[in-house]
Design a protein around this ligand. Structure first.
Ligand SMILES: C[C@H](O)[C@H](O)[C@H]1CNC2=NC(N)=NC(=O)C2=N1
Length: 103
């Protein structure tokens, strides 16, 4: 199985497990309650990780919220292991900046 193999619904449910992310076979996402300046610092590091992994999230930066959403476009806009690999990097970066997940 390659990193870009579409995951089944059962696999996505299992992988979501205790990651703190939510979603389905089409997309996974997570929202943090974090003030803008810290969000920008987090996004800068996530950007580096995304380029390194060649896997790019959708990012919504607001006054007091930061949301990431991922799908694998080259697999047909479905969730693959690449999405979970990036999600784990985002979890680590956000944790290091003390960002509180809200969903
Ligand atoms: C060639 C390059 O690795 C691909 O186009 C990458 C770029 N970044 C990507 N990001 C996301 N989210 N999905 C992809 O399928 C994807 N493919």
């Amino acid at each position: 199985m390659s990193l870009r193999t579409p995951l089944t619904s059962e696999s996505v449910t299992e992988r979501l497990g205790d990651t703190g992310w939510s979603g389905d076979t089409a997309e996974i996402s997570r929202t943090y309650a974090v003030e803008y300046d810290t969000a920008i610092r987090i996004v800068a590091e996530v950007g580096v990780a995304a380029i390194e992994l060649e896997h790019r999230p959708d990012i919504d930066i607001r006054w007091d919220r930061l949301r990431f959403a991922m799908t694998t476009h080259t697999a047909g806009d479905v969730v693959t292991e690449l999405d979970f690999a990036l999600a784990e990097r985002i979890n680590e970066i956000a944790r290091r900046h003390g960002a509180q997940a809200v969903s």
